[in-house]
Design a protein around this ligand. Sequence first.
Ligand code: ATP
Ligand code: MG
Length: 584
Amino acid sequence: MLFSKLYAPTIKEKPADSETISYELLTRGGFIRKVAAGIYTYLPLGWRVIKKITKIVEEEMDKIGAQEFMMPIIQQAEIWKESGRWEDYGPEMMKLSDRHGREFTLGPTHEEMITFIVRNELRSYKQLPLILYQINQKYRDEIRPRFGLMRAREFIMKDAYSFHSDEKSLEETYQDFYRAYSKICERLELNYISVEADTGAIGGTDSHEFIILASTGESDIYVCDSCGYSASEERAQSKIPENIPEEIEPLEEVPTPNVKTIEDVSEFLKVSKEKIVKSLLYVGRNGYVMALIRGDYELNESKLKSLLKDQTLRLATPEEVQRDFGVPIGFIGPVGIDGVKVQKVADLSIKNLNNFVVGGMKEDYHYINTNLNRDFTVELWGDIRTVKEGEGCPKCGNQLRHTKGIEVGHIFKLGTKYSEKLNGYFVDEEGKNKPYLMGCYGWGISRTLAAIVEQLHDDNGIIWPISVAPYTVEIVIVNTSDEEQRTFGFKLYEILKSRNCEVLLDDRETSAGFKFKDSDLIGFPIRITVGKKLKDGKIEIKKRYEEKGVEVSIKKGLEEVVDLIEKTIEEYSTKFIQNNLTIS
Ligand code: ATP
Ligand code: MG
């Protein structure tokens, strides 16, 4: 390809709406253009990378026996009503209706659709296991479509679904996906980690996420360097010191004028935060839920939603609290609250805690010396706390380390959740009708494009791994009006092309500085400079991540130069950069 013909409009300045480095560099490098919030166009360079990522994913899927096919993006509301997710999936679903008023959604995911498709024809144990996958656009009306391609409203996903007659078969396929996903990360030459994950709105049992490490990532990860335990924040657990039981004191109501936050209460009453129980009021599908947690810990909403199996859960507003309980939100507490009106859910951190402080259910009052069972009861116990760095690993007790990354892949064991609801049954060897066991496996193709850039860049631009670089080699003719440089550049370009090397020739009539800036910004792995020194029989070969290139003599002939370029391609490794990465 000739740069003079390539549609890659590069931009010098940072875009005004720059949200993250990948958005900035992909926009400036002429890979993508934002069309509306969370909606993007892939320009030729961006699309080349997308296709390369896609190819790697497809190859690894094919290796584990997954068959590619294609489902529609528009899905009828009925199947979502069958599963119950028409309501449960929440406002992330993009809904539309046709001229007859029939409702549809633009598929945010395809569990319902796949089950609907196979349920009439996948009827015998002899047809199992079956793994199908597709690559297409998904639609989610994300509450905050920011971070460029990382959290888009229209994005490209590979989604696979598997069907099994027994647990063993599901487990085998799950492990196949686990290995295939690890292989994809390796082929992308990325620094990654796999972590135990929450099953969220999709539901199910086991789940792992594949995370590309990057300090700019949205995923918080806790890792134990001693035993290898790793989990996402929504799932991570830790050992917490047990509360030591004390002699129980009588409950007392005390005035606490204008004292609202945990800090205020702690200061005003001269008690440590560990002796205060926070009461957080939520509204869910079945009404109010009060989540109780020790004052020094943070509540984890994802864990709470999973525990209650209610993805619609949200914090109650101050107005709702005032209207329904007659107190300002800062003074709510579990004493005197009826478990029928409000379900009380407590974090394990308050087990065995005695004589603690809670809201007084009366403006400007708190209770001190509150005790479980005597003063109030808890309807549901669970781990609903966010882990903190330095706490003990739940497996070995060693300190947990916090790191950040970008989730690119997510695998789930769904069990029979969708097959039961959507009537996906098969006949087993004994002639019995059974729901299939299912798995689902997502990979964010367009998010991967952004994640690579988040991990691999420097001040000047992107540093592509060879495996997905839009072009492997770029030849820069420094002075296009110099006939010798032009001739040599074009000749080298033709030879590289004939050797199946993906090469771009910068033949534009612009300044050398401009070309080099674009070269670094776009981030071609190998740059060959044909410039002034050609007169002395020298050109330069440079790896994108190295400061300086290597001068090469062309005197021995072009074949030898090309061999050297090929050798440089072989040696190129982004591991080199990753070893110097610091991720906070
Ligand atoms: P997140 O927690 O980031 O919202 P998710 O759990 O909703 O992700 P899944 O439903 O598991 O994501 O989707 C599978 C994959 O699709 C994710 O691992 C991610 O790579 C990609 N993905 C999900 N949401 C988006 C989005 N809004 N934009 C781009 N890619 C996305
Ligand atoms: Mg999501």
